[in-house]
Design a protein around this ligand. Structure first.
Ligand code: FAD
Ligand code: 2HG
Ligand code: ZN
Length: 488
C-alpha cells in the first residue's frame, strides 16, 4: 500500500462516506478554476463537517506530507483554489461547514462557519434587522472562508472597508493540526503578533479558516440608486468628491462602468437594458443609503446630482424609481465579469493606485497599452473610489486561439510595469493565487518577499498548505509547476 493509499484509508475512516470522495465525476467540477483557465488534479476531495474533522485531516496530512488545497466556493479570480496538475494534493472543500453558529442583533455580530455562502449570511442578517456590509458579484457562491482568505473587497469598501476590517474573531486550524481559537471579538488585544490578521488574506497558505466572528451593521431603512453618464474618469472622481462632501456617510457604492463594459453586458446578459437614453463614454453607479427611520436619501442624492450638472460633472442621470430598477442597475454592474467571459479572451488585471491618481492612470495606461498592442481594447471598470479598477485587456478581434497563452503574458507584464511605476499594486482585491505568482515574484520588493517566505516557512515548514500559491518559491520549482498547468 502506498503512503497516499494509507492516508486515504485513514481519512475515510475519520470522515465517513460523506466526508471523502475519490470519484472522478464528483471531483471534476472542482478541479478547474472559475475562469476555466487552469485545471489540476487531486488524490481525493475531503469535505469535513466540523472543526474537529479539519483538525484530524491536517494532522493526518501533515504526518503523511500530503499537500492540502483549501476550497470554498471556487470563485477565485486567480486560480487560488485550484490544485496543481501533479495530483499529489488533497482538495479540502469547506462547503459542508455551512452553519451560522449564532447571530446577535444586540452585539451586531454573527459567528459563521467557513462554508457559509455570502448571500446566506446577507439573508440571515436581514432577518434580524442587520446586514453584513460586504458584497460582490459572486455572493451566491463565494464562502466566508474564501472571502476571509482573500481579504475580499467588492462594492461597499468605500464605506465599510475590506474583509480585514469586518472579521472580529477567527477560528482556524494550523498546518500541523493545532487549533487556533480566536473567535472572541475583543476590541482591544495586545498580546503581540496578530495571528488573526496574518491568516486573513493568506489564501490558505498558513492554515484553514474554520469559523469567524463577523461584524454586522444596522439594516438600511432605504436606499437610492442612480446611474450617471460622465465624460471621463476624472469627472467621475470629482463627482464622488462632490457627493461625499454633501452626503458624508450615506454614499456606499460608487462604481465606474465604461461604455465598452456596458455594451458587453447588453450584448451577453439577457434581460439587461440600457440605463440612460444615450450611451456615454463613462458611467457611474451610485448607491446612497439611509438608516431606519431616517428620511430617504433620494432627495439629497437628487440635489447633489443637480449640483453635479451645474458644475459640468454629469452628462445625464437616472435615479431608480423603485427597487426593481435599482436591482436592474446593479445587475448590469455585477454582470460585467460574466459578459466579458462570454465575449472572449482577456488579459485580466486587478490594479490599485492612490485614489487621486486613478483617473489619470486609466487614461494614460489605456492609451499606452492600446498603442503598444495594436487591436487590443482596454476595459477598465470597478471600484474607482477605492483606487481599484479591473484593467482588462481584450484580445484583438483577429487574435488566434492561442492569444491567451502566447500574447497575453506580455500584455500583463506591460500593464504591471505601468502600475508598479505608478507606485501601485498588481493585486488590489483578488489575491495572488497561482495566476499572479510569477508576477509577484518578478515585481515585489525583496523585503516583502523575504518576510512572506519567513512567515510561510515558520508556520508551514513542510510546505503542505496550498503549494504553488501566493508565496513565491525559493528555487523556481513551484512556479514552473504553476505555469505548466496553464491551459491554452
Ligand atoms: P475560493 O475561490 O474557493 O478560494 C479562494 C482562496 O481562499 C484560495 O486560495 C483558497 O485556497 C482559499 N480558501 C478558501 N476557503 C478557505 C478556508 N476556509 N481556509 C483557508 N483558505 C481558504 N473578489 C473581490 O474581492 N471583489 C469583487 O468585487 C469580486 N467580484 C467577483 C465577481 C465574480 C463574478 C467572481 C466569479 C469573483 C469575484 N471576486 C471578487 C473573487 C472571489 O469571489 C473572491 O476572491 C472570494 O473571496 C472567493 O471566495 P470563495 O469561497 O469562492 O473562495
Ligand atoms: C468585480 O469587481 C470583480 O466585478 C471581478 O472583482 C473583476 O472580472 C473582473 O475582472
Ligand atoms: Zn472587483
Amino acid at each position: 500500500m502506498t503512503g497516499a493509499d494509507d492516508l486515504l484509508e485513514k481519512l475515510a475512516a475519520a470522515l465517513g462516506p460523506k466526508g471523502l470522495t475519490r470519484d472522478p465525476a464528483d471531483l471534476s467540477p472542482w478541479l478547474e478554476d472559475w475562469r476555466k483557465r487552469y485545471r489540476g488534479a487531486a488524490l481525493a476531495m475531503a469535505s469535513p463537517a466540523s472543526t474537529q474533522e479539519v483538525v484530524q485531516i491536517l494532522k493526518l496530512c501533515s504526518a503523511a506530507n500530503v499537500p492540502i488545497v483549501p476550497q470554498g466556493g471556487n470563485t477565485s479570480m486567480v486560480a487560488g483554489a485550484t490544485p496543481c496538475e501533479e495530483g499529489r494534493s488533497l482538495l479540502l472543500s469547506m462547503r459542508r461547514m455551512n452553519r451560522i453558529r449564532s447571530l446577535s442583533a444586540q452585539s451586531n455580530s454573527a459567528v459563521c462557519e467557513a462554508g457559509v455562502v455570502l448571500s446566506h449570511l446577507h439573508e440571515a442578517a436581514e432577518g434580524e434587522g442587520r446586514r453584513f456590509p460586504l458584497t460582490l458579484g459572486a455572493r451566491g457562491t463565494a464562502t466566508i472562508g474564501g472571502l476571509i482568505s482573500t481579504n475580499a473587497g467588492g462594492t461597499q469598501v468605500l464605506r465599510f472597508g475590506t474583509m480585514r476590517g469586518l472579521v472580529q474573531g477567527l477560528e482556524a486550524v494550523l498546518p500541523d493540526g493545532t487549533l487556533f481559537e480566536g473567535l472572541t471579538p475583543l476590541k482591544k488585544d495586545n498580546r503581540g503578533y496578530d495571528v488573526r490578521q496574518l491568516l486573513i488574506g493568506a489564501e490558505g497558505t498558513l492554515g484553514i479558516v474554520t469559523a469567524a466572528n463577523l461584524k454586522l451593521v444596522p439594516a438600511i431603512g432605504s436606499r437610492s440608486v442612480a446611474w450617471v453618464g460622465v465624460s471621463s474618469p476624472t469627472k467621475a472622481l470629482e463627482l464622488l468628491h462632490l457627493l461625499s462632501a454633501g452626503m458624508a456617510n450615506s454614499i456606499e457604492g460608487f462604481e465606474l462602468v465604461p461604455r465598452s463594459a456596458l455594451e458587453l453586458v447588453l450584448a451577453h446578459v439577457p434581460g439587461t437594458r440600457q440605463p440612460l437614453e444615450a450611451m456615454h463614454e463613462w458611467n457611474v453607479l451610485i448607491e446612497a443609503t439611509a438608516p431606519v427611520a431616517a428620511p430617504s436619501p433620494e432627495e439629497a442624492l437628487s440635489a447633489a446630482l443637480g449640483s453635479a450638472f451645474a458644475a459640468g460633472l454629469a452628462e445625464d442621470a437616472a435615479i431608480a424609481p423603485n427597487e426593481a430598477q435599482a436591482g436592474a442597475f446593479w445587475r448590469i454592474r455585477d454582470s460585467i465579469s460574466e459578459a466579458e467571459h462570454k465575449d472572449g479572451p482577456a488579459a485580466k488585471h486587478d490594479l490599485s493606485v492612490e485614489v487621486a491618481a486613478m483617473p489619470g492612470f486609466i487614461v494614460e495606461a489605456t492609451a499606452a497599452v492600446e498603442r503598444r498592442f495594436p487591436g487590443s481594447r482596454v476595459i477598465a471598470f470597478g471600484h474607482l473610489g477605492d483606487g481599484n479598477v479591473h484593467f482588462n485587456v481584450r484580445a484583438p478581434q483577429d487574435a488566434g486561439p492561442d492569444w491567451l497563452r502566447d500574447e497575453a503574458p506580455a500584455v500583463t507584464r506591460y500593464v504591471h510595469d505601468l502600475v508598479v511605476a505608478a507606485g501601485g499594486s498588481i493585486s488590489a482585491e483578488h489575491g495572488i493565487g497561482q495566476m499572479r505568482l510569477s508576477e509577484l515574484h518578478r515585481l515585489a520588493d525583496p523585503a516583502r518577499l523575504g518576510v512572506m517566505r519567513a512567515i510561510k516557512n515558520a508556520l508551514d515548514p513542510k510546505g503542505i498548505m496550498n503549494p504553488g500559491k501566493l508565496v513565491p518559491p525559493f528555487d523556481g520549482a513551484q512556479e514552473s509547476l504553476a505555469e505548466a498547468t496553464l491551459q491554452p
